[in-house]
Design a protein around this ligand. Structure first.
Ligand SMILES: Cc1cc2nc3c(=O)[nH]c(=O)nc-3n(C[C@H](O)[C@H](O)[C@H](O)COP(=O)(O)OP(=O)(O)OC[C@H]3O[C@@H](n4cnc5c(N)ncnc54)[C@H](O)[C@@H]3O)c2cc1C
Ligand code: FES
Length: 258
């Protein structure tokens, strides 16, 4: 699998509200190689502060060689990214990790909050296969849901929404939409908070529907070198797998749900 370390010119930085920004970068090598669900390690600040790169999923990639990152500003690294201006350059390593498989006929994508970020590229690739993905999107508020809603609709996806405050769609957890919406799916893809993914995994297991989940852990290197992203391997007691190398996408059965 190809991976690159590149200084990429920032084309656009959009402040979307809800602490979200969208970065558009010129990254032809990464755009050409990326599989949905893969991520890049981004050097966020100046003068190596913060020292460690931050992992971010590739949100979108196109044939013109641009990629997009959808970023929730939560701390020092992402705050530094929000200060980036068009014309500046960012150092990226990627695409990294194992992405989603595209084997599905009736795919259902379940995204919670910023977990929906890698699902847009997945929806794009599934749509290119002539499929019409069903997307269940969970967000805190209508304002947050709107940010992603339009992008999925532009790809021809069917959408069902849930918000914490009930300001758009179902009031409550996005997983409460599964029984009514996803019973006919033959593949579930989930990315979001751990309890959400565990519920999607359970739904799939109960009905014999294959399920892939994208996990998030703290990552210092993203390359399999620091072992900081280890998770227990349910298949081999005492053994560990590394989210950055073996994942971030796993079959639901490969994860020890707690
Ligand atoms: C494979 C992968 C893909 C990711 N894709 C995206 C993406 O597309 N968009 C996006 O906005 N974020 C994504 N993340 C999460 C992102 O990497 C973190 O939010 C970021 O590293 C935080 O850096 P910071 O310096 O801003 O915050 P820090 O100062 O490092 O931390 C601020 C707060 O955020 C918490 N935090 C840090 N990392 C994580 C994490 N991974 N999960 C949950 N809480 C965390 C810390 O515990 C702390 O409370 C991804 C993470 C992984 C592992
Ligand atoms: S982040 Fe260093 S080994 Fe996975």
């Amino acid at each position: 699998m190809s991976e690159f370390q590149k200084n990429c010119t920032v084309r656009r930085v959009e402040t979307l509200g809800c602490n979200l920004i969208r970065l558009t970068l010129e990254a032809p090598e990464i755009a050409g190689a990326v599989q949905p669900g893969q991520f890049v390690m981004v050097a966020c600040g100046t003068n190596r502060d913060p020292l460690l790169r931050r992992p971010l999923s590739v949100h979108w990639a196109d044939a013109e060689g641009t990629i997009q990152l959808l970023v929730r500003v939560v701390g020092r690294g992402t705050a530094a990214l929000a200060q980036t201006r068009a014309g500046e350059s960012l150092s990226l390593i990627g695409p990294l990790g194992r992405g989603f498989s595209l084997e599905a006929s009736r795919p259902c994508l379940v995204g919670g909050g910023i977990g929906a970020a890698p699902l847009l590229l997945l929806a794009q690739r599934l749509a290119e296969q002539g499929l019409k993905p069903l997307v269940l999107l969970g967000a805190a508020t209508a304002a947050e849901a709107h940010i992603l809603q339009q992008a999925f609709q532009a790809l021809g996806c069917s959408l069902a929404l849930a918000t914490d405050d009930g300001s758009l769609g179902h009031r409550g957890f996005v997983t409460e939409l599964l029984s009514a919406q996803a019973a006919q799916a033959d593949k579930l893809y989930a990315c979001g908070p751990q309890p959400m993914m565990a519920a999607v995994a359970r739904f799939g297991a109960d009905r014999g529907i294959a399920c892939e989940v994208s996990l998030e852990t703290a990552m210092a290197c993203g390359l399999g070198a620091c072992l900081g992203c280890a998770i227990p391997d349910p298949g081999q007691p005492g053994a560990y797998r590394h989210v950055c190398k073996n994942g971030p996408v796993f079959l639901a059965g490969e994860v020890l749900w707690t």
